[in-house]
Design a protein around this ligand. Structure first.
Ligand code: UD1
Ligand code: MG
Length: 453
């Protein structure tokens, strides 16, 4: 039933109400541009052809949309004009054409499927429109039905009269067309309206006038809000986060305080993982089973392997690969670094561009000096190595298996397996110096106090 679908996503609008230099559909939700959410939902239907309609100069959108092809709408003359801009893509196509707006990122594949079913129903409608009932319908097109409950028209908010504005059923911004009827519908749409735009929504009235039916499918409010303002962007983020939290818990993840955990759309979390309050995931994170993530961690582009403990206050950046049963503790930052099974870096460290073996201990305050202002260099630390507190490892450098470094050392040369490297000056001691110093200073202080009086 999902064969023979062509998808168009409209994303050429300026998004004026966002007051942004960035195209509206590039604003992120759960770490992905909102467009990416729409494309992912559509891709699950395995359409035979797919295109995004963008405006001139919106290369960033084309790039984000790849491998979807792009069609350029040269002047933003409305949603029907946008569909027309992609005419090369759908001309001659006789299957189902799904038109989706790029600013409805919460849309699910199930809803898209329901639209495909509606257009393929036995009554043979020319198009199906997705409707919903938002709490506040201001700004949305209203679905007009005749007394028999048949969809007769969509009237845009700006063109609606008072009575029409009382209608709660709104256009969600998604339509399914019978590809054979689409050319006649698009060609008949004019721009005689408040905005002088070619409205795709007029396809409903046009279909009726051409003797064909249009049907409405009602969807749920949670997934159909359109994003036109920053406030709506924040509301959509909150809705998406609720969805991602519910999904994680349903899959066997404990969220101690779900409202304080933020996921990216692609976060993968295994079973019996516990996530304490106040944890943020950026894109591209995989957490395997039985991991414990403690409070206040920020994790992006990382893999955390089975049974590891991370946090509190840990920062995992892209390329961090935390081995099974490893511990990454407070104020430890890890970037492009592999940490072997059972190794520990529990306090106050920066580990960048490093390969660390199994069961190594990275002392408090260890820093990999990986950057000379021009290039980045590798630090290698062997199995069961013991890096003393406050060691600076000036890369490129290698510390062998079971080797130790003395606390406070600046290590610039390779350390052999089983060796100790210490780099610091000899400690000296002056017997009684502190006692004499205190006595001298106390006398000085007393003398000053006498001089003042
Ligand atoms: C549109 C619908 C409205 C519906 C609402 C749902 C029309 C005329 N109105 O209104 O009935 O209730 O969505 O969210 O369709 N776009 C282009 N080229 C253009 C104009 C728009 O590609 O010339 C794209 C935009 O990038 C956006 C989508 O089409 O992704 C919708 O445009 P937008 O301006 O947001 O329309 P709304 O006013 O929200
Ligand atoms: Mg909109």
């Amino acid at each position: 039933m999902t064969t023979d679908i062509l998808c168009l996503v409209l994303a050429a609008g300026k998004g004026t109400r966002m007051r942004s230099d960035r195209p509206k559909v590039m604003h992120p939700i759960a770490g992905w541009p909102m467009l990416a959410h729409v494309l992912a939902a559509a891709d699950r239907l395995q359409p035979v052809a797919r295109a995004v309609v963008v405006g001139p100069g919106m290369e960033a959108v084309s790039k984000a949309a790849a491998p979807w092809t792009t069609a350029i709408q040269h002047r933003q003359a409305g949603t029907a004009d946008a569909v027309n801009a992609a005419r090369d893509v759908w001309a001659g196509f006789s299957g189902t054409v799904l038109v989706i707006y790029g600013d409805t990122p919460l849309l699910t594949t199930d809803t898209l499927r329901a639209m495909v079913e509606a257009i393929r129903s036995s009554t043979g409608p020319a198009l199906a429109v997705l409707g919903f009932r938002p709490a506040d319908p201001t700004g949305y097109g209203r679905l007009i039905e005749d007394p028999a409950g048949r969809l007769t028209a969509i009237v845009e908010h700006a063109d609606a009269d008072e009575a029409q504005r009382q209608i709660g059923l709104c256009n969600a911004g998604m339509m399914a067309f019978d590809g054979q009827r689409l050319p006649d519908l698009i060609d008949a749409i004019g721009n005689d309206n408040a905005k002088r735009e070619f409205y795709l929504t007029d396809a409903v009235a046009v279909a009726r006038s051409q003797g064909h039916a249009a049907v409405a499918v009602e969807g749920s409010v949670d997934e159909l809000m359109g994003i036109n303002t920053r406030a709506e962007l924040a509301a959509a983020e909150a809705a998406m986060q609720r969805r991602l939290r519910d999904r994680a818990m349903a899959e066997g993840v404990t969220l101690v305080d779900p409202a304080t955990v933020y996921f990216a759309a692609d976060t993968v979390i295994g079973r019996d993982v516990t996530i304490a309050p106040h944890v943020v995931f950026g894109p591209d994170v995989t957490v395997e089973d039985e991991v414990d993530i403690q409070s206040f961690c920020h994790i992006t582009g990382a893999v955390v392997r089975r049974g590891a403990i991370v946090g509190p206050f840990a920062r995992l950046r892209p390329g961090a690969d935390i081995g099974p049963e490893a511990h990454i503790g407070n104020f430890v930052e890890v970037k492009n670094t592999t940490i072997g099974a059972g190794s520990k870096a529990n306090h106050l460290s920066y580990l960048g561009d490093a390969r660390i073996g199994a069961r190594a201990n990275i002392g408090a305050g260890t820093i990999t000096c990986n950057y000379d202002g021009f290039l980045k260099y590798l630090t290698e630390i062997g199995d069961e190595a013991f890096i003393g507190s406050n060691t600076s490892l000036v890369a490129p450098v290698k510390v062998g298996d079971r080797a130790n470094t003395g606390a406070g050392s600046v290590i610039t040369q390779a350390v052999a397996d089983d060796a100790l490297a210490v780099e610091r000056s000899q400690q000296t001691e002056r017997a009684g110096w502190a006692k004499a110093f205190r006595a001298r200073k106390a006398a000085e202080k007393a003398e000053r106090a006498r001089d003042k009086t």
